[in-house]
Design a protein. Structure first.
Length: 167
């Protein structure tokens, strides 16, 4: 009888650990809790929420967001990938803008795409206007509260032709 009881305890322990991991990872395991546990359920519900990011291949706003996300990712970490940053610049930036940014960087000793010396923790891209070209406001935020807002213009052929402080 001892072996059977021990086996049931092990199975219960495995089930409890599995359910805890599934809840922690947001895998949609439902759990019943009393009303007194309601404040404790909120963090689990928030952890299980799924976020959605979407875009379209022919959309300039998506192109600006893709560029900034990839560019920041290329700089992030202990070993920034300068080749990837150069390739991203070559692919997305108009050659005249590349020359202007290089001059700005020499003068300001900072990255011209980010207008900063460090890598932001978060960024958002918001469409400001759309016509022949798309203008977006790119908001870069750092962990200590610093924020930079940039006006970024992309042409219909997906070339960024302007990066300047947003007004």
């Amino acid at each position: 009888m001892h072996g059977n009881t021990s086996g049931r305890r092990s199975l219960r322990r495995i089930a409890a650990v599995t359910a805890g991991l599934a809840l922690g990872l947001g895998l949609g395991v439902s759990a019943h809790a009393s009303q007194t546990d309601a404040p404790h359920r909120a963090p689990l519900a928030a952890a299980a929420e799924q976020r959605t990011v979407s875009g379209k291949a022919d959309d300039a706003l998506t192109g600006i967001a893709d560029f900034y996300g990839a560019y920041i990712d290329a700089q992030n970490g202990s070993d920034p990938d300068s080749k990837l940053m150069k390739d991203l610049r070559a692919h997305y930036l108009d050659s005249a803008l590349s020359k202007k940014l290089a001059a700005w960087e020499r003068t300001n000793h900072a990255d011209g795409v980010l207008r900063a010396q460090s890598i932001p923790a978060r960024w958002t891209v918001t469409e400001k206007s759309k016509g022949d070209s798309t203008e977006a406001v790119v908001t870069l935020s750092w962990g200590m509260g610093g924020t930079v807002k940039l006006s970024v213009v992309m042409t219909p052929n997906h070339r960024i032709v302007s990066i300047s402080p947003a007004k």
